[in-house]
Design a protein around this ligand. Structure first.
Ligand code: SDX
Length: 431
């Protein structure tokens, strides 16, 4: 295999080093390109551009492989749980009993919000989207964190990361309760992370929510499967913000905003809206698929396709299997699941999708489980954000721990007007 790439421009051959990753991926290092050639590269959407070298998560899109710190997602889904997986992503190894106990206690100590933050929720209208509340309240929470504006200090990173991971769940639950005009339910130290979230969401002052262990496990699995995904749009955003040395809360709030888009984390809500529309129309799915193939329709088969996976998203496989299990346990028969399965079967045999290597992604089935649990539709992307928080924290830490860290600042190719005179207003025409 070549160790350098040769690029010929204007009759001159330039040698560019090739970086090889631990899984054999190869990247052409262009960090000296502009200085050597006067040219930059152009890659709309960064489909061919690596923004960093990272030790956190590996994806092989052709084979449908996903590993957190080298451990396959299928194994973590079967053997791990969210807080252990979070520790693995953030620190790079599976914790001992003692480390896990300490981490879990740190999360419990930090699960409450400062009482003054309650008043911020009063300012949001009941119909406010919880992703807007989440991004705002993550930044508002940082105002109550001592030293948050100090320069990054690895010795205080853990307490700030624990605050963020612990409180994101409390903010989400409070946002839901306020949107329904319900009294907020405080976290209970006796409950572990995911159970505590369900308690804060669905308990009442007069009656605790009945924590079905299978339901807790299903939501915990959703969090594990969403915990990281290399340089997706929101994680790349977190790294971009971290590169300016902004604090961890500012980075997470930016990640929430990037995740919100329907092409990214907002897809889980869009999938259910799509399935509900198909159900209302009495469509067996064929009409919608025809529309999704017709560029003029402006419709897409939400939950299908992926920039990296050109094979079945391994997370979608796991969630699909969980759908049958959870709905069976809860004795729920959801027509949307049948529609989803019909759409998948049809699309996987349709040349339009096959030729473009469009398969179900993590968002295609996740909403079915969240519906069954009773999570409201507008909270689906918030669930994604809670799950992705450890991945954002791990990537933030990787940027801040880098010894040669530089601010991220992409270039551009300018295509606007060349130099123009300033025309005084009385000479700008009569309009
Ligand atoms: C997530 O990056 C990550 O890792 C993200 C994520 C994570 O964990 O962080 O995995 C989570 O965001 C999953 C993706 C959720 N989004 C959706 O499900 C929305 C629907 N999917 C798409 O819009 C699309 O597939 C993307 C956004 C996911 C990927 O877009 P790309 O890589 O830019 O692909 P593209 O838009 O260039 O599409 C290539 C072709 C085009 O057709 P042609 O121009 O070649 O004729 O495929 C078509 C597209 O029109 N296409 C679809 C389609 N997705 C792509 N056509 C119909 N339905 C779709 N869903």
């Amino acid at each position: 295999m070549d160790k350098v790439a040769k690029l010929e421009i204007d009759g001159k051959v330039h040698e560019l080093p090739i970086v090889v990753g631990s899984e054999g991926e190869r990247g052409i290092d262009i960090s000296a390109l502009r200085q050597a050639t006067g040219c930059i590269t152009l890659d709309d959407g960064y489909g061919n551009t690596g923004s960093c070298q990272s030790n956190i998560t590996f994806i092989d899109g052709e084979k449908g492989i996903l590993r957190y710190r080298g451990i396959p997602i299928e194994v973590l889904a079967e053997k791990s749980f969210f807080i252990e997986t979070a520790y693995l992503l953030i620190y790079g190894y599976l914790p001992t009993h003692k480390e896990l106990r300490r981490f879990s206690e740190l999360l419990t100590q930090n699960e409450m919000l400062h009482e003054d933050l309650k008043f911020h929720f009063e300012g949001f209208p009941a119909h406010a989207h919880p992703m807007a509340i989440l991004s705002s309240m993550i930044n508002a929470t940082s105002c109550f964190v001592p030293g948050v504006l100090d320069a990054y200090d690895p010795t205080v990173f853990e307490s700030q990361a624990a605050r963020l991971l612990a409180k994101v769940r409390t903010i989400a639950a409070f946002a839901y309760r306020k949107s329904r005009g319900l009294p907020i339910m405080y976290p209970k130290p006796v409950y572990k992370y995911t159970a505590n979230f369900l308690h804060m969401m669905f308990s009442e002052p007069y009656q605790d929510y009945d924590l079905n262990p299978e339901v807790v496990k299903a939501l915990d699995l959703i969090f594990v499967l969403h915990a990281d995904h290399e340089q997706n749009c929101s994680t790349a955003t977190v790294r971009m913000i971290a590169s300016s040395q902004a604090n961890i809360f500012a980075c997470a709030a930016g990640g929430v905003c990037a995740l919100w888009g329907p092409l990214h984390g907002g897809a889980n809500q869009a999938v259910i809206e799509m399935l509900e529309q198909i159900h209302r129309d009495g469509d067996d799915g064929s009409k919608f698929i025809a529309a999704a193939k017709d560029k003029k329709s402006g419709k897409r088969l939400m939950g299908f396709g992926h920039r990296v996976y050109k094979n079945y998203d391994p997370r979608a496989k796991i969630i699909k299997a969980q759908c049958d299990k959870v709905l069976g346990l809860l004795k729920i028969s959801d027509p949307l699941l049948d529609i989803a399965k019909r759409l998948e079967a049809a699309a996987l045999h349709d040349s339009y999708f096959v030729e473009r290597k469009l398969y179900p992604n993590v968002d295609f089935y996740s909403g079915i489980i969240m519906r069954a649990i009773g999570i409201p539709l507008e909270m689906f992307t918030v669930m994604f954000a809670i799950g992705r928080m450890p991945g954002w924290i791990a990537n933030y830490k990787e940027v801040m721990d880098a010894t040669n860290g530089r601010i991220s600042r992409p270039r551009q190719i300018y295509t606007g007007p060349t130099e123009q005179p300033y025309v005084s207003i009385d000479k700008r025409g009569k309009k």
